[in-house]
Design a protein around this ligand. Structure first.
Ligand code: SME
Length: 156
């Protein structure tokens, strides 16, 4: 997929997300619908979901895909590392990421976007792909924009 096609897809997804969540403030409902939207409209993804900070660790939230590990410590796996380092992480090949937590053996690459409210990390958005190298900076830019909107729009 070209960068232009990828951007066009995300712009359409951003508008669809707004239509889905603009009239609803419930944080769980909005995360559930955003995970479904991304799961069904991003190409080559096998898992899309949220992990939320609960008493200092990440706990599984709304998601689409196979059942996944429930709790992840800060600093563990890609999700916990994104929280510890307070930044989005793109993993081109999960087998090359030390400490990667394999919930679904189909997953080959992954992107994790921290959810930030008032400067604090309140969770992450995690997306897995069955293809190597499936995510790049375009995904990061647009997914960060989408989670910012989701957080601003919802009562957390
Ligand atoms: N692979 C993640 C764990 C969550 S699953 O991908 C759904 C990680 O290493 O943090």
């Amino acid at each position: 997929m070209t960068t232009e096609q990828r951007e066009k897809n995300y712009k359409a997804l951003y508008d669809s997300m707004k239509a889905l969540i603009d009239n609803e403030r419930d944080w769980i409902a909005n995360m559930a619908n955003v995970s479904s939207l991304l799961y069904h409209h991003l190409e080559n993804v096998n898992w899309v979901g949220f992990y939320l900070m609960r008493d200092g660790e990440l706990v599984l939230g709304p998601f689409q895909g196979k059942p996944a590990c429930i709790r992840i410590e800060v600093g563990s796996g890609v999700c916990g590392t994104a929280v510890k380092e307070k930044k989005a992480i793109i993993v081109d090949d999960v087998d090359q990421f030390k400490g990667h937590i394999a919930c679904d053996t189909d997953s080959k690459s992954e992107i994790v976007i921290p959810l930030v409210k008032n400067g604090e990390i309140i969770g992450v958005l995690d997306i897995d792909s069955p293809l190597l190298n499936n995510f790049n900076e375009v995904d990061k830019i647009y997914l960060e924009k989408m989670v910012r909107y989701l957080i601003e729009t919802s009562n957390i």
